[in-house]
Design a protein around this ligand. Structure first.
Ligand SMILES: [Zn+2]
Length: 441
């Protein structure tokens, strides 16, 4: 073997325990219990760390090109690597151009090429008027299509109405492609009190649970009617869990993700003016958070992914603390793993659960067959994680572009010691990430 990892604790497709993992040509070629394998180079891991698959984060806004003062491929992928994430899939909006036709995808690819420290795939976008481009984008290798049901926050990525959503779902059903949906209902939010000023309670009231519940009910209905695969992004309203479970039981092709911030924070604890916590849908009450954890435990929620969506400190309006004016989005790509592990451990979940939520299931969601597991044939992407070490997040040390994060000052459990991409340790110096195509990874 070229390279062998000997781990006292590893989380592999075969289970959890001591094992050796053999790597050749960047791929895993053998996984054996104990210290069975030997190789040209052997990485001996200590008692204090766990060898896990590199995480797969299917919800990242890199914003490059076009809004690179918010984030960019170098900074986002360095943050990913520092957080144990070896694959990200970039969202189609907030960059300019948005990824809504093959030319725009080509612009993204050219921009990212040679600059990424982890592997990067791309979602396409479904907006009014681009139905004719969906098949070509699918052919060009996007992992699926994102749409909004209300204003996205940027004018160049408008929402679909019900008729447009249904028409696009029919196209995607033909292609076998996935639609991923920002599910909040515009009329419900228009009828809610508008957010302004620094009160978090005012912001929360402006994005009520009913907005999510109604939009999700509509997505379920249209997925049922069209037979398309649909995925609910960033679920915050736990009210929707029973209808999601019922739809799945009935055979609707529906998957669901939530995000580390909905599992970590509560509305009750967010200080007025703390706009680093503003995201849409919003972080809700403590009781809601516990029901989201229950949704994970029950398997109703498939994945936990970051929805890393940073911007500049100015756009976060940290000076005025105005929740109405601040950009909505949380920067958490680098700390998702310790954040989720901290909460999971408190609630009696194991690291194997976290690996399922943050690596295996997101890879499956995107149709990746070489990512998200330690098993022969998979890419040798690893996170070496010290689950019992504790630290306090210092935003100045995070590697995404702007030093703003809701996690600043949070005490968390679990430290990423090393990240390996296709058999090479990621240092942040030499960008060796690849650009991924659907069906080829
Ligand atoms: Zn997002």
């Amino acid at each position: 073997m070229e390279l062998v990892f000997r781990a006292r604790r590893a989380i592999t497709a075969a289970g959890t325990g001591p094992c050796s993992v053999g790597v050749e040509g960047g791929r895993i070629v053998a996984v054996e219990p104990g210290a069975a394998l030997s190789g040209d180079r052997v990485v001996e891991l200590g008692e204090d760390v766990v060898l896990m698959p590199g995480l797969v984060d299917t919800h990242v806004h890199v914003n490059d090109p076009g809004r690179t003062e918010w984030e960019g491929f170098e900074t986002a992928t360095r943050a990913a690597a520092a957080g144990g994430v070896t694959t990200i899939v970039d969202m189609p909006l907030n960059s300019l151009p948005p990824t809504v036709d093959p030319d725009a995808l080509e612009v993204k690819r050219k921009t990212a090429a040679g600059r990424v420290h982890v592997d990067v795939g791309f979602w396409g976008g479904a907006i009014p008027g681009n139905s004719g481009h969906l098949a070509a984008l699918h052919e060009a290798g996007v992992f699926g299509f994102k749409c909004f049901l209300l204003h996205s926050g940027v004018d160049e990525f408008p929402p679909l109405d019900d008729a447009e959503l249904e028409a696009d779902l029919r196209i995607l059903a033909e292609l076998g492609a996935l639609m991923i949906v920002h599910a909040e209902d515009a009329p419900t939010i228009d009828a809610a009190p508008q957010p302004h000023g620094p009160r978090y309670a005012g912001f929360l009231a402006s994005r009520p649970r009913e907005a999510e519940n109604r939009a999700i009910a509509r997505v379920i209905e249209l997925a049922r009617r069209t037979g398309a695969r649909a995925h609910i992004l960033h679920l915050s309203s736990s009210d929707a869990l029973p209808m999601i479970a019922a739809a799945r039981a009935e055979g609707v092709a529906l998957t669901v993700e939530t995000c580390p911030h909905y599992l970590s924070f509560t509305a009750e604890e967010i200080r007025d003016g703390a706009t680093q916590f503003k995201c849409c849908p919003p972080i809700r009450e403590a009781g809601n958070r516990e029901l989201l954890w229950q949704g994970l435990a029950d398997g109703v929620i498939d994945c936990v992914v970051s929805d890393h969506s940073p911007c500049t400190p100015e756009l976060k309006r940290l000076d005025s603390g105005d929740f109405g004016a601040a950009w909505g989005g949380i920067a958490g790509l680098q700390v998702g793993l310790p954040a989720v592990w901290s909460g999971a451990a408190q609630r009696g979940h194991g690291l194997a659960d976290v690996v399922r939520w943050m690596a295996t299931r997101p890879a499956e969601l995107a149709g990746m067959t070489r990512k998200g597991r330690i098993a022969p044939g998979y890419d040798a992407d690893f996170c070496v994680f010290a689950p019992d070490e504790e630290f306090v997040v210092d935003v100045a040390k995070l590697r995404h572009r702007n030093p703003v994060s809701a996690y600043d000052g949070s005490p968390l459990r679990g430290v990423v010691r090393q990240t390996w991409l296709r058999g090479q340790e990621v240092t942040g110096d030499d960008p060796r990430g690849e650009l991924l195509n659907r069906g080829q990874c």
